[in-house]
Design a protein around this ligand. Structure first.
Ligand code: ADP
Ligand code: ZN
Length: 528
């Protein structure tokens, strides 16, 4: 005889099915929930849309008492609460938009144990009034959403987040869960340290987007034309986003693509709100629209069938690249992340960091982030295998769905030309930019070079064998690897870094990526 299954309304799986209407948990939701139910702390790193909310909503509902959710975004908080109430969950929020009567009602629900979830903004939570209120209530967990706001190095730093460490001190027995979509190792460690989560189990998942094909290449000198070819060849009449660094470039590229017969709309902070809204609406509602944008575009955009994201410049960090490319292929169907970048991007971004108002420590972090991004670009390994470890999710095998996997790049021993380039920088006094240096190397005896007497240097003309583009590639890779640094004064002069010595002395070979891709190997005809 069959025994009837035990029906427990409070079991996580039943809550998932009955309240939220889903069949099964996504990994690692069930493990996170179990950790909290057992009284442990958790740190959850999942990309946006990964399903973080259920990780605290379900245990808060499953345990007696109320789960307190700290969230910095009041508007999102209200949406979430409304959606939960719709599903029959006893949820409420405390924020500055409530009337005194509404606040009293929420407080009495909380104190009488008639509330599953209470959402509060951090600054409100940290008032003595709220803390005392919570002490009188039965709290079953604390969830700290957008936990990366505790990081001073991130772009979303919120000082009040640092004070959330007091939750651990005042409620040592209550499990805590911190959640974020920003998962680089530094942020992760900061969250653990600052929120007292040293004992927390860490869950990282879902960062891989297998349907996105990553392609990164050096600009051939005409990035716009490369982009047009890419769109025409692979995504005619499909929706896509093109990111550029400056507003001027956005306008120019949108205009040019339109002239080529595509529907490309600009989007940046310099346009009026009405224009931006109109362009965004068309992108969402019409088919085949291309948005050309600065990074201002994309926040909160959830269009499932974006077939490509193209970068005409280097993003400033791997996180930014991942965020921006992640807007492609939300529907799970094949999508492309395409990037074209050049030497000038590296120089411009370095200069932007150097010229910023930030203090030295921040600048150092920004430079590291840019270096990591460049490392990804110049890598000859699988892009995913380079990208995912950055989010704590290493990939054991090459992915088979990136440019480096599909068309393995060739490398060459660039030690000798690198030595020539480095000596040229040295001999000309470490104050000239790339264009001048490559003229010297290629032996162009113009007035300026003669004026400085650089036509009499030993390095003059020793690099005739290589083309201008090859030299540009070499300089870019030397900068990318930190052997050369771009001048602080903003004239783009290059100087040597101590790390270039082993290369100059010939102690280590410098393997460089070949600029031109080999043609795809054609398959051998099959014999049967
Ligand atoms: P995040 O907070 O990580 O950005 P959400 O918690 O808002 O993500 O979830 C993203 C979407 O995925 C929501 O529509 C949510 O309902 C859905 N979702 C979450 N968990 C599951 C699941 N186990 N099965 C199906 N859908 C889920
Ligand atoms: Zn790969």
């Amino acid at each position: 005889t069959k025994t009837a299954p035990i029906m427990d309304d409070q079991a996580p799986l039943n809550i998932l099915r009955n309240t939220f209407g889903y069949d099964r948990f996504r990994s690692p939701q069930d493990e996170v929930i179990q950790t909290l139910l057992e009284g442990g702390d958790a740190l959850v790193l999942m990309p946006t849309g990964g399903g973080k909310s259920l990780c605290y909503q379900i245990p808060a509902m499953a345990m007696p008492g109320t789960g307190v959710v700290v969230s910095p975004l009041i508007a999102l908080m209200q949406d979430q609460v409304a959606a939960l109430q719709q599903a029959g969950v006893r949820a409420a929020c405390l924020n500055s938009s409530l009337t005194l009567d509404a606040v009293r009602a929420v407080e009495s629900q909380l104190l009488s144990g008639r509330l599953d979830l209470l959402y509060i903004a951090p600054e409100r939570l940290l008032t003595e009034r709220t803390l005392t209120l919570l002490e009188r209530a039965r709290i079953n967990l604390f969830a700290i959403d957008e936990a990366h706001c505790v990081s001073q190095w991130g772009h979303d730093f919120r000082p009040e987040y640092i004070r959330l460490s007091l939750l651990a001190e005042r409620w040592p027995q209550v499990p805590r869960i911190a959640l974020t979509a920003t998962a680089d190792a530094r942020t992760r460690e900061e969250i653990r340290g600052r929120l007292g989560l040293d004992q927390a189990r860490v869950f990282i998942s879902g960062f891989d987007r297998p349907n996105i094909r990553y392609r990164i290449h050096q600009s051939t000198g005409n990035a716009r034309r490369d982009l047009l070819r890419f769109i025409r060849d692979t995504h005619p009449d499909e929706a896509g986003i093109v990111y550029c660094l400056s507003r001027k470039r956005v306008d120019e590229v949108a205009h040019w693509l339109t002239g080529q017969g595509l529907t490309a709309l600009p989007y940046h902070a310099g346009l009026s709100a009405a224009v931006r809204e109109a362009h965004q609406r068309r992108f969402l509602n019409e088919e085949g629209i291309i948005i050309v944008a600065t990074i201002a575009f994309g926040m909160g955009i959830d269009k499932p069938n974006v077939r490509f994201v193209a970068h005409l410049n280097l993003p400033k960090s791997i996180e930014a690249y991942y965020q921006e490319t992640g807007r492609a292929g939300r529907d799970g169907l094949a999508a492309d992340a395409w990037m074209s970048y050049g030497l000038q991007d590296v120089i411009t971004l370095r200069q932007m960091v150097d010229a910023s108002e930030a203090d030295e420590a921040h600048k150092r972090v920004e430079r590291h982030k840019l270096d990591a991004m460049l490392g990804l670009c110049e890598s000859v390994a699988c892009r995913r295998q380079t990208l995912l470890p950055y989010f704590g999710e290493p990939l054991p095998e090459p992915c088979g769905n990136c440019d480096n996997c599909l068309e393995p790049p060739q490398t060459w021993d660039g030690t000798i030309p690198a030595q020539m380039a480095l000596s040229c920088v040295h001999r000309t006094g470490q104050r000239f930019g790339v264009n001048y240096l490559l003229d010297v190397l290629r032996g162009k005896a113009d007035e300026r070079i003669k004026g400085f007497g650089h036509d009499r240097l030993g390095v003059f003309g020793i690099g005739r064998d290589l083309t201008v583009n090859e030299w540009r590639g070499i300089f870019r890779q030397l900068i990318a690897r930190g052997l050369l640094t771009v001048d602080l004064e903003g004239h783009g002069g290059l100087h040597l870094n101590p790390s270039c010595r082993p290369v100059l002395r010939g102690e280590v070979p410098l393997m460089l990526r070949k600029e031109t891709r080999p043609p795809k190997p054609s398959r051998e005809p099959r014999r049967s």
